[in-house]
Structure formats: structure tokens, C-alpha cells
Design a protein around this ligand. Structure first.
Ligand code: NOJ
Length: 525
């Protein structure tokens, strides 16, 4: 049992800065080229010094790694590649001692095909209670040789795979990730057992994978056909795979378990773009937070960014939840790259960091955001994402945003591992990007994040959850928080005068009283 950080309020997560640790890529402690819990333990003081409040660690459970851990064979143990339960307990205790909360991934929608339940379902045959834990159906067509409905898998191809006795099973993701049947009480009970297993060990909460999945409509009707299924994009009400009303029953169960453990929370990965539908996940007896992906999907234009903010705030208005801002994660191109890459992308990413961290609510950083890591184009033979294989090599998948974090030195693997052949190759030319090199440069991305997180944690200017838009020059956004913080973001293409006030922090040099384009500043009046 791990001691809890005791000094924070029960709703510590409302304004928290979470740091997403993509475990395979954060730090390798045992020299096998893959990141692990020991590696993370060794970097906890870095995270404390960076100023994050909490971690979200991506799945580290036993897994055949068809989807790099999101195919969970046993949700109540640790994959040997990542460590063991004792290592996890030690990590948790050390993080707590440093004042860092620890949240972990919960993957309810599907298991691995290696999970003992799925193996039992295959062995038990049609009509068995073992099959009832998953979504097995007979096929269509005279000999049942066509899938039961027209649903596509998010990773390409049909969402159904046929087993030797002729039945089909549903997998919204890879065939190695069979969907569980949440209408089966055993499935819900098992999820609760998993939650308690980790809550009893002392974790502070969960990030819930595909939190708009889980419930499937009665009869599994055909959906509106769509050419591009897109990775977890919201396709609206015609897409019966996601956002079914029944999912809220599951969220209420999840919340009722959390309520037994004061101060613990859950954030949902909810790819639902309609504000009102998203708000439903944030009712008082459901999730405490839901990622709002509007900032992550917004173009670098003042209109798109303002829209993203307005809608994100509208979604939480009338719910007990604060907004929850994300710029990057392990599923999408990194924002340095999205914003144009190179110097331009980095400059914009610095401004975006100040925008994200000035907004009211919780913020999630993805490991490497603080270093300004870009995506890396990998050669075909290095690609590992199931999307690459399932699409027959037409979609490159998500490996580009999952490159291991560069820590130190001038050559790959930059202190990430003692072994040169890391699970995804690291490029030449990253000597200036390493955490060590950036710690020494006051103008680095890392220094900007450290300063921003320090202000955010200590300055009364960040008080209050409201946001008031201020008049601003064309092409600029400006808003004020009740505590007095003013954030100005300039995308106008030319420098604009800074408003009255003292500059707390700026993403670029603002001497002369002007804010250049693709830059942001924090001021207090
Ligand atoms: C969302 C996760 O973020 C992604 O990485 C994963 O492939 C899918 N869920 C399936 O679990």
C-alpha cells in the first residue's frame, strides 16, 4: 500500500497538469530498448522539477502487444517487459513522496485475444456463457460467410473476424482486441475488480480508453457506410460503434467505485464532438474529466482555435467538470509537426503551450511536448503500428509520434536506453533536443514549460475557472482569467502591441512592447 500525498484537496485534478507517459517510449531502465517502469522511476525527479502534478501511464499490463499494450491479456498484473507489481508499487510510493499523483490506463472496451476469457470463449463454442462475455454472432448470407453487419474496424478492414466453427466476433480495433459485452454482468463486475485492484494499491485515478465505446446497440444494426473510418474520429450518430446511450450506465458504475475512494478520479477518452453529447459524460455521477480533443484537432488559425476553446468551455458549462485540454498524444501527429514542423512549428508550439496552460481547467501534456519533439518519418521496415499492417501499407499509423524521448548525449539513443536499437529508431541530429541540453538553455522549450508550470502553480493570476474574451487586434486572441491573468496569442502575421500590464512570460522575445506573430504572452494588469 502506498502512502497518499495528503496535502492536496479531494478535487486536486480540476486544475492539475497531467503528464502522459507513453511507457514504451519514456525511459528504458533495463536496457532492452523498450521503456519501462524502472526507467520512469529513474526520471521522477525530472518530472517533479518540470512541475507536473500527476502522471497518466499508458498500459503496462501483460499483453502480446498487437496494439502496444492496448490489447490487455491480464488487467491486474504487469507485463514483464515493463517490470512487475513490486516495481509498480515502488514507483507509486516514490511518485507520491515527490508529490506526484499517478493515474493509469483502464481499457474496458476490449481485451486481448490472449486473455483467458477469450481463449475460453473460443473453446466453449456458440451459445456458451463464455462467448456471452464477448460479441459473437452468426454471419450473414446463406452460409453465414459474410460479417454480421457492415461495421469497419478503426484500424482498417471489417470489425468482424470469423472463427473456425463459423461464428464471428466483433473487434472495433484489431482482431487481437475482441470487444467485451457490457450487457454481461460478469464483464462489469470484472472491470470493478480491476479498478479496486489498482485503487487498493494507491493509484489516484484512471484514464479510460475508448470511454465512448463499451455499449453496443441492440441488434447491432448496420451503420451509415463511411469511406474513411478515421482513427477514433467522431462520425456522428450514424456510427453505431460509439457513443450509445447505454455507455452511461457503465460510467455510473465506474463512478460508484471511485466514490468509495475519496480523491480518486477518471478522465475519459471521449471522441464525441457534439457539445451536448460530450456533456452527458460529465454528469455528476459519471466522469470527472473528459479529454476535449478540439484543441488537438484545431488548425493553427485564430478562428479555429477560438472555436475550439468556445466549444470546449460550452461542453462543460452546466456540468461539474472543468475543461480538459490536450495538444498531443500517442495517437495523433505531434503539434510541432501539425503546426508546420521545423522552426515555424516549434515557434507555434511554444505559443500553443502558453495558450493551453493559460486556459481554465486541467491540462494534459504528452511526454516530449516539453522538449518540442516533432514527429519522425520512419522507414517502412521500422513501422510497428497495427494500422500500417491492417491498411496493407497505405496508412503509416502512429509510430511517428511515439519515438523514444531523448534524454542526453549527442547520438541515438540519447540516454533513453543503454541499447542502440531502440524499439522505434531515434534519428540523428537530436543533440540539442535532449532534456539535458534543454535544461541548460534558458530559451529552450523545456525552460518555457518549467516557467509556465511554476507560474501556474504559484501565481494567484490563474485563480478562477471563468474565461473572459478581450478585444484584440485582428488575427489575435486575448482572454482574461478572474485572477488577473491575461493571455494574448498573435496569429496575425505581424507584430502587435502588448496590452497594458506586466509580462509574466512570453513564448518569444517581447522587448519593445510588441508581440511578434505566432507567439503568445502572459501578462497581469
Ligand atoms: C485509444 C488509444 O489511445 C489507442 O492508442 C488505442 O489503439 C485504442 N484506444 C484502442 O485501445
Amino acid at each position: 500500500m502506498s502512502p497518499e500525498p495528503t496535502t492536496l484537496p479531494a478535487d486536486w485534478w480540476r486544475e492539475a497538469v497531467f503528464y502522459q507517459v507513453y511507457i514504451r517510449s519514456f525511459a528504458d531502465g533495463n536496457g532492452d530498448g523498450v521503456g519501462d517502469l524502472a526507467g520512469l522511476r529513474g526520471r521522477l525527479t525530472y518530472l517533479r522539477d518540470l512541475g507536473v502534478d500527476a502522471l497518466w501511464i499508458t498500459p503496462f499490463y501483460p499483453s502480446p502487444m498487437a496494439d502496444h499494450g492496448y490489447d490487455v491479456a491480464d488487467p491486474r498484473d504487469v507485463e514483464p517487459v515493463f517490470g512487475d507489481l513490486a516495481e509498480f508499487d515502488a514507483l507509486l510510493a516514490e511518485a507520491h513522496a515527490l508529490g506526484i499523483r499517478v493515474t493509469i490506463d483502464l481499457v474496458p472496451n476490449h481485451s486481448s485475444h490472449d486473455h483467458e476469457w477469450f481463449q475460453a470463449a473460443l473453446a466453449a463454442g456458440p451459445g456458451s456463457p463464455e462467448r456471452a462475455r464477448y460479441l459473437f454472432r452468426d454471419g450473414r448470407g446463406p452460409d453465414g460467410s459474410e460479417p454480421p453487419n457492415n461495421w469497419p474496424s478503426v484500424f482498417g478492414g471489417p470489425a468482424w473476424t470469423r472463427v473456425p466453427d463459423g461464428q464471428w466476433y466483433l473487434h472495433i480495433f484489431a482482431p487481437e482486441q475482441p470487444d467485451l459485452n457490457f450487457a454481461d454482468p460478469e464483464v462489469v463486475a470484472d472491470l470493478e475488480e480491476t479498478m479496486r485492484f489498482w485503487l487498493d494499491r494507491g493509484v489516484d485515478g484512471f484514464r479510460i480508453d475508448v470511454a465512448h465505446g463499451m455499449a453496443k446497440p441492440e441488434g447491432l444494426p448496420d451503420m451509415v457506410p463511411m469511406e474513411d473510418t478515421g482513427l477514433l474520429d467522431d462520425h456522428g450518430p450514424g456510427d453505431h460503434r460509439f457513443d450509445q446511450d447505454g455507455v452511461h450506465v457503465v460510467h455510473r458504475r465506474i463512478r460508484s467505485v471511485l466514490e468509495e475512494y475519496p480523491g480518486r478520479m477518471a478522465v475519459g477518452e471521449v471522441w464525441v464532438s457534439d457539445d451536448e453529447r460530450l456533456a452527458q459524460y460529465l454528469r455528476p455521477d459519471e466522469l470527472q474529466l473528459a479529454f476535449n480533443f478540439k484543441l488537438l484537432t484545431a488548425e493553427w488559425t485564430p478562428t479555429a482555435l477560438r472555436d475550439a476553446i468556445v466549444h470546449s468551455l460550452a461542453a462543460v458549462e452546466g456540468t461539474p467538470a472543468p475543461a480538459c485540454w490536450v495538444l498531443s498524444n500517442h495517437d495523433r501527429p505531434r503539434h510541432v509537426t501539425r503546426y508546420g514542423g521545423g522552426e515555424l512549428g516549434t515557434r507555434r508550439a511554444r505559443a500553443a503551450a502558453l495558450l493551453q496552460l493559460a486556459l481554465p481547467g486541467a491540462a494534459y501534456l504528452y511526454n516530449g511536448d516539453e522538449l518540442g519533439m516533432p514527429d519522425v518519418d520512419l522507414p517502412d521496415e521500422a513501422l510497428q503500428d497495427p494500422i500500417w499492417f491492417r491498411s496493407g501499407g497505405t496508412e503509416r499509423g502512429r509510430d511517428a509520434c511515439r519515438i523514444p524521448v531523448p534524454w542526453s548525449g549527442s547520438e541515438p539513443p540519447y540516454g533513453f536506453s543503454s541499447r542502440a536499437d531502440t524499439w522505434l529508431p531515434m534519428p540523428e541530429g537530436w543533440a540539442d533536443l535532449t532534456a539535458e541540453a534543454q535544461a541548460a538553455r534558458p530559451a529552450s522549450m523545456q525552460s518555457l514549460y518549467r516557467a509556465a508550470l511554476a507560474f501556474r502553480a504559484s501565481s494567484p493570476a490563474f485563480g478562477g475557472e471563468e474565461l473572459t474574451w478581450l478585444p484584440a487586434p485582428d488575427g489575435c486572441l486575448a482572454f482574461r482569467r478572474p485572477g488577473g491573468l491575461v493571455c494574448l496569442l498573435n496569429l496575425s502575421g505581424t507584430a502587435v502591441p502588448l496590452p497594458e500590464g506586466t509580462v509574466l512570460l512570453a513564448s518569444t522575445d517581447v522587448e519593445g512592447g510588441e508581440l511578434p506573430s505566432d507567439a503568445a504572452a502572459w501578462l497581469v494588469a
